[in-house]
Design a binder for this molecule. Sequence first.
Ligand code: 5GP
Ligand code: MN
Length: 332
Amino acid sequence: MEKMYEIIREIKENQNIIVAGHIMPDGDCISSVLSLSIALERLGKQVLSIVDYDIPYQYSQLEEVARIRKVDDVINSIDSCDLIIVLDSSSPDRVGKLQDFLSSKKTIVIDHHITNENFGDLNWVDDSFSSAAQMIYRLNRSMNVTYDSKLATINLMGIATDTGFFRYPNTTSEVFKDAYELSLLGGNIWFISQMILENNKPERLKLFAHVIENMEFSNEGRFVHSVIKYEDFQRFNCTEEDSSGFVSDLRAIRGVEVAVLVIEYPKEQVHVSMRSKNSFDVSKIAKMLGGGGHPRAAGCSFKDSKVEEVREIVVKEISKILKDLKVIDEER
Ligand code: 5GP
Ligand code: MN
């Protein structure tokens, strides 16, 4: 936790602070950015909250989401900031256009990804935390930030979403302790779950039906993969954000160890989402292909690429490793 105290010292010395999350933001990213931004404002700082990407529609029920800006919209204010704090991002390309400013400003990185490249001047990276939001909770409490039910709910959201609503193996007793404290402070888990889990658009479910139609299994049913092409998003009147969560549903299929969803959005920009259940380390494959993530949830992106070619490359790599793993298991 020594790093955390260094960060507190650094925050004390700066007045104008940018708090940034990653492109393709998820619940943890949005929660962390808002929780730290609100906290720093309560400590009297000027804060600019940046996520250089559209925020998925589910989160619009949080009025604080409106404070999050894209880089182009605040380009003139960036220069007057003294410090950038980057959250939940394992590499500098994850912050979109803000990446261009990282070398000229003092940068702090707070993250729980094992693949983090430690690209800040000060890096607090600890993969024993379930979520960046849990790290922000510890940081905020150590800075004596006052919590009301709004901040507690926003902060709890990232812990809930990154643990799959307290189901994944990263749901440690420490997670329950911090979540318990946040619920005592007014954090409302039902508000969060209805906003995220009980808020499905019919178009999105039709897109998911398409994903199911396109499933292919290999390695005796231990590997499932599917694809969404840009045309499919258009046909079902959906955008990329609507596909979030699908890959976890693929992993939930009986007997599946690895699930992959290859997404093309927009045309020829391809994102690969990978999930595993028990033993396969998808972060290694993601890293090898220029991405990153966690052992059980990782991803990578390809520019100017054909979606079927990307699918073929990823499927080949994963099938091969799964086959070798099976041989090792059988020889054991
Ligand atoms: P998702 O499959 O939900 O897009 O991402 C799963 C995990 O992998 C997240 O923790 C995310 O931060 C990481 N991840 C996804 N895509 C990329 C990528 O292109 N680069 C890096 N470094 N990490 C990624
Ligand atoms: Mn996270």
